[in-house]
Structure formats: structure tokens, C-alpha cells
Design a protein around this ligand. Structure first.
Ligand SMILES: [Zn+2]
Ligand SMILES: [Zn+2]
Length: 276
């Protein structure tokens, strides 16, 4: 069994469409994939349609960005009902808050005498969702700063004049949303978000799994998360977090090994919860 349960498509900030991802996964002989876009599930259905009738299984998924004690924590939801009205409404709210924030930052920059527009920022965004990196890129393009780092340091970070805080769910709210949509809540890449310290707490809220295998986990981290999952009775997931060729994380789909045993554990969970 070869699986990749963490792939981003053009629906969020990846460079391959859901259909192209299915094609790549089929060429590589993968047996299961999950398109886990940021705060959006619209890539799941087209991928399922493209894979229909083939040996490739598409597991419905989402990756929700949350904030906890000032740092970013990502939660993955697997086997979610992608038509769940409460989940769709919450995701919509998160995306709208992000657009709103970008508009507010642009207004602040305008007041500071920098004439960039929401359209200038959109031109830097491509198909993904707008964030501060795109605003920084627009400032570079317009010549107000020479690098993105300078844009962040002078204007876009807490305490700087164009900073606007962002509305986000807490990790436990995201866990509840995922569970409410019938899904399995999994802590994404605990090794890169430094989120390991929240595992116990989130388990009390219903966390069901850990993403032990991830492109940016060292072998030692992977081993530690496998042991931890075993000790805490959590399921194990893994994936590349691929954003497609030329994207922000151009790692190849399917290039992180996820053991059969763990993939089988997930499918057994889904069967038990009638989501298979
Ligand atoms: Zn993530
Ligand atoms: Zn991701």
C-alpha cells in the first residue's frame, strides 16, 4: 500500500488541480491519497470523480489553520462529510476573515502613503488564498520595500503600523468541527509547528490521530511520534504536504513512506465509523 494523505491543490495554494493530482498518484501507483487543502474542501469532489473506477482511493480531507498561544497549529480532518453545513459554514467564515484582513492591511498601507490596491495583491496571489506574503510581494513590486522580509519587518508583523490580527479557530474548536462533520481529527506535522506540547490536551478534546510521517520530520521525530501515538492510542497518518511543482513546497507526491499498517488502521477506523 502506498499512500499520501496530505496534498494541496490549486483550490488552496498548490499548483496542480485535483484532477492532475489524481493522475500523478495513478502514475505512481498509489492506493490512497487525500487532498487536504487549507480551510476548503472544494478539491475533494473533483478528485473523487477523477479517481472513480480506478484503484485509487480518495479520502475526503481538509487542513484547518488554527492559532494557540500565539503560534500556528494545523489540524487535519479525514473522512469528513464534505457537505456538512456546519463545517462548510465555518470554513467559509475563516476564508472570509482572511480576505477581510487583507483588505484592512491594504487600507492601513494606503494611509501610510503606499498606493497599493487589493487588485495588486490579488495579482501576487495566483489561485491560492491571500495572505501577508502576497501583500509583501505587492509592496516589493511597487518599489516601497526591496524585499519581502523588509515588508514584514517594517509593516506587517505585530507592533508594526500595518499589522492586523487574524481571526482563527483554536485547535480544540477545529477538533470539534471535524468531529461534528463525522471526521477523524489529526494533529498535522507536530514536528514543524512545535505543537507536540498540545497533544495531551487535544486528545482530551477528541483528537484521534497524529501525522507522524511528514516531509519535514526527521527520522528521529517520526520514531518519537510513532511511539507517542502508540502510547496514547492515537492513529497514525502521513503525507508529503506537497504543493505541486513550482509551488511553495514542491516535494513530489508519494515521496514520503507511510507504512501499510497505519494506512490499514485508518481505513478500519473509517469502516467502523461508517465512513468507508
Ligand atoms: Zn500545515
Ligand atoms: Zn499542508
Amino acid at each position: 500500500m502506498a499512500v499520501d494523505l496530505h496534498i494541496h491543490s490549486t483550490i488552496s495554494d498548490g499548483t496542480l488541480t485535483p484532477r492532475q493530482i489524481v493522475q500523478v498518484a495513478q502514475e505512481k501507483g498509489l492506493t490512497a491519497i487525500a487532498i487536504a487543502d487549507h480551510d476548503v474542501v472544494a478539491g475533494v469532489e473533483p478528485a473523487m470523480q477523477a479517481a472513480r473506477g480506478s484503484g485509487l482511493r480518495v479520502i475526503p480531507a481538509v487542513e484547518i489553520s488554527t492559532e494557540y498561544h500565539g503560534s500556528e497549529v494545523h489540524l487535519l480532518g479525514y473522512f469528513i462529510d464534505i457537505e456538512s453545513p456546519s463545517l462548510l459554514e465555518k470554513l467559509q467564515q475563516i476564508r472570509e476573515a482572511r480576505r477581510q484582513r487583507a483588505r484592512q492591511i491594504v487600507q492601513k498601507l494606503n494611509k501610510l502613503g503606499m498606493g497599493i490596491t487589493v487588485e495588486d495583491v490579488a495579482a501576487q496571489t495566483g489561485q491560492g488564498s491571500t495572505g501577508r506574503p502576497h501583500i509583501a510581494a505587492a509592496l516589493v513590486k511597487a518599489g516601497y520595500v526591496s524585499t519581502s522580509q523588509e515588508a514584514f519587518a517594517r509593516y506587517l508583523t505585530p507592533g508594526r503600523p500595518a499589522y492586523v490580527p487574524r481571526y482563527r479557530l483554536s485547535p480544540s474548536e477545529a477538533v470539534h468541527e471535524i468531529i461534528q462533520a463525522g471526521g477523524l481529527a489529526v494533529l498535522a506535522h507536530p514536528g514543524i509547528d512545535n505543537a507536540e506540547k498540545y497533544i495531551d490536551e487535544l486528545r482530551e478534546e477528541g483528537l484521534g490521530g497524529l501525522e507522524a510521517y511528514h516531509t519535514h520530520h526527521s527520522d528521529a521525530q517520526t520514531r518519537r511520534f510513532l511511539q507517542l501515538a502508540d502510547k496514547l492510542g492515537l492513529l497514525v497518518t502521513g503525507g508529503t504536504d506537497s504543493h505541486g511543482p513550482g509551488g511553495p513546497s514542491p516535494v513530489e507526491i508519494g515521496s514520503v513512506y507511510v507504512s501499510d499498517e497505519y494506512a490499514a488502521g485508518l481505513l478500519a477506523w473509517a469502516k467502523e465509523h461508517q465512513r468507508a
